[in-house]
Design a protein around this ligand. Structure first.
Ligand code: SF4
Ligand code: MG
Length: 336
């Protein structure tokens, strides 16, 4: 399969204001050395608690933020250093669906105008008739009636509005859609419908999805791979099945333990983490997870664990994975 997006050692640090000279000198390391790839037609889920840096990754990929360091390569072209002018023709290729379908759609524009905007901006329609054909096709793709084009966003439910948001992203004919908590604000049954819609689109159009969520349960049945983030870093990344069945990082294990299991009696033992996510302004030394990790030992406080291979295409950043299995640290192979 062909690599569509490559992110190499991406960093986004914010210097905080305040203090005598207008700067506190403090640096918020929202994203601190992230590397991952997304193949054409692949779904990668980026999962972690709020504040872990997921949305900052999305904004850096959309070039709403300039990265502090690192590379973003789209279809073989580095886009992180491009001028806005040079980037313009490539912008079409990455589109975003936002969390809040209420605030992300202009309330004064009819759906027709909302969807026509990207088609015009990127010069995709040959003429008026082609524009109309595209608009009708978009409505059908996202499961909305054609007469919805004449209505305003407030006339729709949250789920329908998210369908409009998806149609707007599709209008640009992207290769990759970033969904940032795109179903988090929706009711449970609507959530499933939108996730199913995204899955269908992904298959039919060979779209790549970067699915950002705080909720592992949502991605369990739709994603190809999962990357788990904690305090600006990926702590585990791997194929869905391996990550769900045999998570190798204690943080992933804790997140997974909260995911409901459909079969009765098969409940996972809940691992409750102590405390909140520490501030990314002063992250803990060594392994950033050590203040909350149920398995932390001395080395964890001083030495940063590397994201090392633990299986085929599966990587985890935890010192326990260095310990040979004869030592009996059986939690690494199973959390059941
Ligand atoms: Fe826990 Fe140590 Fe592994 Fe970090 S390196 S996850 S603190 S056991
Ligand atoms: Mg967020």
């Amino acid at each position: 399969s062909e690599t569509l997006l490559e992110v190499n050692d991406l960093k986004k640090h914010f210097t905080l204001g305040g203090g005598l000279f207008g700067r506190s000198g403090k640096v918020l390391k929202a994203v601190d050395g992230l590397s991952f790839t997304v193949d054409r037609g692949e779904t990668l889920s980026l999962v972690g608690e709020s504040g872990c840096g997921k949305s900052t990754v999305a904004k850096a990929l959309m070039r709403l933020y300039r990265p502090t360091a690192g590379q973003v390569v789209l279809g073989g072209t580095r886009i992180d250093e491009m001028s806005d002018g040079a980037l313009r023709p490539l912008r079409r290729r990455i589109q975003m669906v936002f969390q809040d379908p209420f605030s992300s759609l202009n309330p004064r524009m009819r759906v027709r105008a909302i969807l026509a905007e990207p088609i015009r901006n990127f010069g995709l329609a040959r003429n008026r008739a082609d524009l109309d054909t595209r608009l009708a096709a978009l409505m059908e793709r996202v499961g909305l009636p054609r007469d919805a084009l004449g209505r305003y966003p407030h006339e729709f439910s949250g789920g329908q509005r998210q369908r409009i948001g998806i149609a707007r992203a599709l209008a640009a004919e992207p290769d990759l859609i970033i969904c940032d908590e795109a179903v988090s604000a929706l009711d449970v049954s609507v959530k499933a419908q939108i996730v199913n819609l995204l899955c269908d689109l992904q298959k039919d159009l060979n779209l790549a999805l970067l699915f950002i969520s705080h909720d592992l349960a949502i991605v369990e049945h739709m994603t190809h791979r999962v990357a788990v983030m904690y305090l600006g870093k990926i702590v585990e990344i791997g194929p869905r099945r391996d990550l769900f069945l045999a998570p190798k990082h204690p943080y992933t294990q804790a997140l997974l333990s909260a995911v409901p299991v459909p079969e009765p009696g098969a409940a996972r033992t809940r691992i409750v983490l102590k405390g909140d996510v520490p501030s990314p302004i002063a992250p803990p030394s060594g392994c950033r997870f050590h203040t909350r990790c149920p398995h932390a030992f001395d080395r964890c406080r001083t030495e940063i664990p590397a994201l090392d291979p633990v299986g085929r295409g599966h990587f985890a950043a935890c010192h326990l994975n260095d310990i040979p299995s004869e030592n009996g640290r059986s939690h690494l192979s199973s959390m059941a």
